[in-house]
Design a protein around this ligand. Structure first.
Ligand code: PLP
Length: 392
């Protein structure tokens, strides 16, 4: 065979996750002794709460180290179903829940079992960067619907409706959203539900992974709770990574129509099998425990998000739509800067500042900064960001 093995079209078309790549590059530079200030993280800076760790250690001691059912431990599926029923007001049974390797695999599995080649998925921009890639991997076509910082990143229902074609299968919702921190309020969800009602073949994927990370005065509403009549067409993606600081555990879930869940479980049984058995015990402990730890972390992000936003709002040329949830800010750069990737490369080279280009999220005029870092790092990051804006 001359040269290396040729890759599949699927692999050749794939864009690796830019956020993970930037975090990795920042860590590598740090290890080489470069003074890096990273606001690129997409993960909590807390350790996993101790009671969850303890439950997992106990599970290991109890020999919970074997294969389990591909769809997840029955106790955990039941606990997730109960959480969805009580907290999110979406009546759910255990057979409507699939435990996955993170929210990411929940999305991956869903699109794999729903989409045929050419099926379209509407993704309001700015969006979490993995959605379009996961849609493409399933043979689908991502259709992005723009919004901009100048109109508050509001969802434009007319634009969404105009994007619906006979090939449209799924509408993606993400609230609180990554990267903008946008939180969909009740009236927006109701208006969306009206739109979905008009299109009987349209399904909804609601990614609620940041549900607990909300500014004071905000509340989280699940689309499926707002529109009970649309429940069979609505799929919830969620996980333990952001709320409970469990990113490395790889624990998420998909919930919705049991036929789809069964198909997704079959897919999982032929790909990754069950999520790590003892880690699932940790997730069970998380759900059964008090939410105090989650609330305490959310309060801490709120303080730091406010500091990050105040700093950004004082900078000339920066437009910031104040984020209402999650742990990011997504400012629009001054008009003269039109290439977010080039700006972020310069940030890393010139100032040792790691931030994520908005282009990866569907808006090349913005960058994403995380507040899930220490207050000192936020303050230092803001100084470096300011210097970048004032130097050529
Ligand atoms: N959804 C959104 C909006 C995210 O930001 C992330 C992670 O950054 C995920 C889903 C996936 O989370 P995980 O696979 O770590 O559970």
């Amino acid at each position: 065979m001359p040269g290396p093995p040729s890759l599949s079209h699927r692999a050749l078309a794939l864009q690796p996750s830019l956020t993970l790549a930037i975090s990795a590059r920042a860590k590598a530079l740090q290890q080489q002794g470069v003074d890096v200030c990273s606001l690129s993280a997409g993960e909590p800076d807390f350790g996993t709460p101790e009671f969850i760790v303890e439950a997992t250690i106990q599970a290991l001691r109890d020999g919970i180290t074997r294969y389990g059912p591909a769809a997840g431990d029955p106790e955990l599926r039941a606990a997730i179903a109960q959480k969805l029923s009580l907290e999110n007001k979406i009546p759910t049974t255990a057979d409507q829940v699939l435990v996955t390797n993170g929210g990411k695999q929940a999305i991956y599995n869903l699109f794999q079992v729903l989409l045929n080649p050419g099926d379209e998925v509407i993704i309001p921009a700015p969006y979490w960067l993995s959605y379009p890639e996961i849609v493409r991997l399933a043979g689908g076509k991502p259709v992005t619907v723009r919004s901009s910082a100048s109109d508050g990143f509001g969802l434009d229902l007319n634009l969404i409706e105009q994007s619906i074609t006979s090939a449209t299968k799924v509408l993606v919702l993400n609230s609180p959203g990554n990267p903008t921190g946008r939180v969909l309020c009740l009236s927006e969800l109701e208006a969306l539900a009206e739109l979905v009602r008009k299109h009987p073949n349209l399904m909804v994927m609601s990614d609620e992974i940041y549900e607990y990370l909300l500014e004071d005065g905000e509340s989280h509403h699940s689309f499926a709770a707002v529109a009970p009549d649309l429940r069979e067409r609505c799929f919830v993606v969620n996980g333990f990574a952001k709320g409970w600081a469990m990113t490395g555990w790889r624990l998420g879930y998909l919930s919705g129509d049991s036929t789809v869940i069964k198909a997704a479980a079959a897919l999982q049984s032929q790909s990754t099998s069950n999520v790590c058995s003892f880690a699932q015990r940790g997730a069970l402990a998380a759900l059964q425990g008090s939410r105090d730890c989650v609330r305490a972390m959310a309060v801490s992000y709120n303080t730091r998000r406010a500091e990050l936003c105040t700093g950004l709002q004082q900078m000339e040329g920066i437009t910031l739509v104040p984020p209402r949830g999650a742990f990011y800010a997504f400012p629009r750069l001054p008009d003269a800067i039109t290439d977010s990737l080039a700006f972020c490369e310069r940030a890393l080279e010139q100032e040792g500042l790691a931030i994520v280009p908005g282009g990866a999220f569907g808006d090349d005029r913005c960058v994403r900064l995380s507040c899930a870092v220490s207050r000192e790092t936020i303050s230092e990051g803001l100084s470096r960001f300011q210097r970048l804006l004032t130097s050529p």
